[in-house]
Design a protein around this ligand. Structure first.
Ligand SMILES: Nc1ncnc2c1ncn2[C@@H]1O[C@H](COP(=O)(O)OP(=O)(O)OP(=O)(O)O)[C@@H](O)[C@H]1O
Ligand SMILES: [Mg+2]
Length: 530
């Protein structure tokens, strides 16, 4: 017989009943072994690991059926036991069930049928029970694995040096780690479920407002921390995809990571201050060097050179060389002065130490002044400079000289990086034309905002460099083979100025075809004197 056949131990002191039951069960395909009382059954069961079920009489010498059950259960044997009892001793059957029997059958004329049904049911029930026990064990294992994973994740979040805040769409806190609590100097209270707006400063709450209302998925910002410290926050929206409709994804919360950058900021400030001090200290002696060199050049030209003999070839050569060297000293000195002035300018702007003379200014005037200032350079290089100004008054509230500086920087860049073609200076209302065509660069500006573009047909700027060029001292392209044509401060200065005006500046380009630098400035109502 195969191993899957169920093996049943039939226990009865009456050989006739034993035989009868064995015959019935064997006829139904079971394997049967027998024992003549509880004690013998216990021995057999322990000796034979293959017994799946016991069918036992109640009243037997030495050890009765109920005792057998108790003995097996006491030794943690889980085998299912069916008790066979006479109608008269139904109370014993109840006791047997209470002691752990799985079922009972009555010893009557229908036992032939009932025993088979009861055995089948008992086996199924037992298997079900075993299955359930396994399920419970699996569940316990999974739960403990999950708890372990969760507790290690909680440990990570709790020990993170960065502050972590998670809120739902209603500004209620779902998670705030200890680092965050410390950064904002909060009580170590239960923060979960509380409204952020009553707990964190305006500064942080405004970031949550922003991520809620804007389409941006992630942005960074500075936040004030406790004790005058500064944090850098990365704010990210948590959105749920809505498959069912074409509407935008549902905003379900925000995630904020805050890092204390007080010392980095301080180092940056010290570096800027150092550069600004050094530049300042350089400017005074440089002014003398340049001034005296100019005086020397003048004296040489007016007084000394005319007195030298023109028939002395050696003297003429020396004169030409001195003249040339003096010219180089002056032009390099001027370059150095321009650089120092740019550094000082930028550091003053960054430190907010610049005085802005804000007034309504006409963009056309700004552009005309910048064009006039660069016209001779265009002539020298043989490039065309076109001006396309949309009709109507384009007025912004701004600092005239600073805006001229922006235009000159952009026009001279266009000139510097263009060898063929032309440079076009364009201005119009930002509300007109293809507003969204450039990634919404000036979305968010009113209809009367003014857009200025400087378009060239020059070398262009690779995509990866288009935002880098607005950083200090960044010069892109092949700086190893091409001699840098400046210091890389022009665009950062433009950015500072434009942003001070509440505007935005950006570059678009195709490598080898040209670049367009544009800025948009909020419009101003024309003043009466205009
Ligand atoms: N119109 C342009 N076409 C191609 N590249 C440009 C253009 N404008 C700027 N760039 C690139 O961006 C870099 C930074 O420009 P930025 O005006 O800041 O510095 P610079 O012109 O090199 O020096 P500076 O303006 O301080 O004299 C340039 O060196 C150049 O690589
Ligand atoms: Mg420049």
């Amino acid at each position: 017989m195969s191993a899957e056949v169920t093996k049943i131990l039939v226990v009865d002191d009456d050989a006739f009943v034993r035989d009868m039951l064995s015959t019935i069960l064997e006829a139904s395909g079971y394997r049967v072994v027998t024992a003549e009382n509880g004690a013998a059954a216990l021995e057999s069961y322990i000796a034979d690991a293959g017994i799946d079920l016991i069918v036992s009489d109640v009243n037997m010498p030495e050890m009765d059926g109920v005792q057998l059950i108790k003995e097996l259960r006491r030794n943690n044997h889980d085998v299912p036991i069916i008790i066979v009892t006479s109608v008269s001793s139904i109370a014993v059957a109840v006791e047997a069930l209470n002691s752990g029997a799985i079922d009972y059958v009555l010893k009557d004329e229908s036992i032939q049928d009932t025993i088979i049904i009861t055995v089948k049911k008992a086996i199924e029930k037992h298997q079900m029970k075993k299955h359930n026990i396994q399920l419970v064990a699996d569940l316990a294992l999974k739960t403990s694995e999950l708890e372990n994973a969760l507790s290690s994740r909680t440990a990570i979040i709790n020990n993170m040096p960065d502050g972590l805040l998670v809120t739902n769409a209603e500004y209620l806190i779902t998670l705030a780690n200890p680092a965050l609590v410390g950064m904002f100097g909060l009580e170590r209270m239960e923060l979960e479920g509380k409204d952020c707006r009553g707990i964190f400063n305006e500064n942080l709450v405004s970031l949550l407002d922003k991520i809620r209302s804007e389409q941006e998925a992630v942005f960074t910002a500075q936040v004030e921390l406790q004790g005058g410290r500064t944090g850098s926050a990365i704010v990210s929206a948590i959105r749920r995809k809505l498959y069912s409709s074409a509407r935008q994804d549902e905003f379900i919360g925000a995630l904020v990571i805050v890092r204390d950058v007080t010392s980095e900021k301080e180092v940056g400030r010290m570096k800027d201050e150092f550069i600004s001090t050094v530049s300042h200290e350089l400017r005074t002696p440089l002014t003398s060097v340049l001034g005296f060199t100019r005086v020397i050049q003048k004296k040489l030209d007016e007084v000394i050179f005319p007195q030298l003999p023109t028939n002395d070839a050696k003297a003429v050569r020396a004169m030409a060389q001195v003249n040339d060297n003096i010219r180089i000293i002056i032009s390099e000195g001027e370059r150095l002065t321009a650089l120092i002035n740019d550094v000082l300018d930028l550091s003053k702007m960054e430190a907010g130490k610049i005085e802005w003379k804000m007034e309504p200014v006409a963009i056309e005037e700004i552009l005309d002044r910048a064009i006039a200032a660069t016209a001779s350079l265009f002539e020298d290089k043989g490039l065309d400079l076109n001006k396309v100004i949309a009709p109507g008054q384009l007025i912004v509230e701004g600092d005239k000289d600073r805006l001229i500086q922006v235009a000159i920087n952009l026009i001279s860049n266009a000139l510097k990086f263009t060898d063929r073609g032309a440079v076009t200076v364009m201005a119009r209302m930002a509300g007109m034309g293809e507003g969204s065509a450039n990634g919404g660069a000036y979305s968010g500006f009113e209809q009367d905002a003014v857009l200025v573009s400087i378009i060239d047909t020059g070398i262009g700027i690779a995509e990866k460099d288009r935002t880098l060029v607005f950083e200090k001292f960044k010069q892109v392209g092949d700086t190893l083979t091409d001699r840098p044509k400046g210091t890389g401060l022009g665009l950062p200065i433009c950015k500072q100025i434009v942003e001070h005006h509440g505007g935005r500046i950006w570059a678009e380009s195709r490598v080898g075809e040209g670049s367009t630098f544009s800025f948009v400035l909020p419009g101003a109502p024309p003043a009466p004197e205009f």
